[in-house]
Design a protein around this ligand. Sequence first.
Ligand SMILES: Nc1nc2c(c(=O)[nH]1)N[C@H]1C(S)=C(S)[C@@H](COP(=O)(O)O)O[C@H]1N2
Ligand SMILES: [Mo]
Length: 417
Amino acid sequence: MSDPTTHPESSRQDRSRRRFLQGGVALSAALAAGVGLPLAGQAQPAPDDPAKSLGAPLRPYGERAPSAAQGRVTQAKPAERGGSFTPLDETLGIITPSDLHYVVQRGGRPDIDPQKHRLLISGLVDRPVLLTMEELKRLPSTSRILFLECSGNSRLGRPPTPKSVQGTHGLTACSEWTGVPLAILLRDVGVQPGARWLVAEGADATGNERSLPLAKVMDDVLVAYGQNGEALRPDNGYPLRLIVPGWEGNVNVKWLRRLTLVDRPYMTRMESTGHASLMPDGTARQFNFVMEAKSVITFPSGGQQLGGPGFYEIRGLAWSGRGLVRRVEVSTNDGQTWQDASLQEPVLPRAHTRFRLAWHWDGREAVLQSRCTDETGYVQPTLAEVVRVRGQNFVFFNNAIHSWRVAADGSVHNVQV
Ligand SMILES: Nc1nc2c(c(=O)[nH]1)N[C@H]1C(S)=C(S)[C@@H](COP(=O)(O)O)O[C@H]1N2
Ligand SMILES: [Mo]
């Protein structure tokens, strides 16, 4: 029986304190040898502090420090069609700054006047509506931290082989999205009994229409206008986009202008030639929406250089389109043995989850890998396991374990294909 004198909150606090203490024990064992800080005060005076002279004036909108500048790398030809990759090796925590959120666009970025923008909901409904942005923003809203991932992320066989984690895994990012649950809108328009799917269309020239089953739409899909505390960035769909938690990036239609309720999937370009995969038996893998559990080490990762043997914190990101990340294991010996990494709070469903493991590098060649298990018990597969099921022709939805090789000189390399 629960103790009536104890507030339920306090037992939750006890639990998180216990977790923290357990984490602390693991930490102190790994750090028993110390982290090897450089010795301070070896007859050197403290440096002058330039911040103590009068600095620059206030400004209406901030910018990052010029010396901290990092950017997305773009793969596009022509420049309007392609992707910009998030520098996962440089981001911290679980939120991707909006300006570094990856971008995929196939028809260029439209320039939309929010005053003139409208969302039409029609098709198999009793009362079609045409909504302004102002009308949408008056409705009940919600904010959720969610990852997005392009199903072409970590795509195989795309030459040249990417060297860095930005190239191998940079088509995923995580933001706090704000908008209206689509179920609220659909309740008002009166969905007719024959409606089973919904076709979403953007205002760009891409032909990125996508069909979504109504069960998912009613469950947790958002019509979003906010990203990380302000309006969506134009690259990410301003002024309005669909957010479909845990499902492939492509169905998260940007620059959203039209939702049509229909009786069946419409076999649009993106769900036929665009995103279907050929299976070994000759059939097409189609309408696979969920991004399965995946993880990657972001430090040390390809293209980085370690400064010599000693203490390092292995860091990375894990995520699952099915919910929470339960566990991330890390191997520093090419998968022979695995250790549990600690998961950094908050651990949120369908969001990037940061993991960390203290590591003493002995200066010999090492192959680093991470393996994610989600709350359904699903374990991130090896590439060989994925190929066994889906054959050599698969291109999309590669969630295989990724390997980085740390050479004896401290340079880090991508060993995956
Ligand atoms: N209207 C429209 N929506 C779109 C796209 C597009 O080109 N046009 N690209 C899709 C693809 S392939 C992905 S992976 C995601 C990427 O969202 P992001 O650019 O905000 O990261 O948007 C999807 N929605
Ligand atoms: Mo995508």
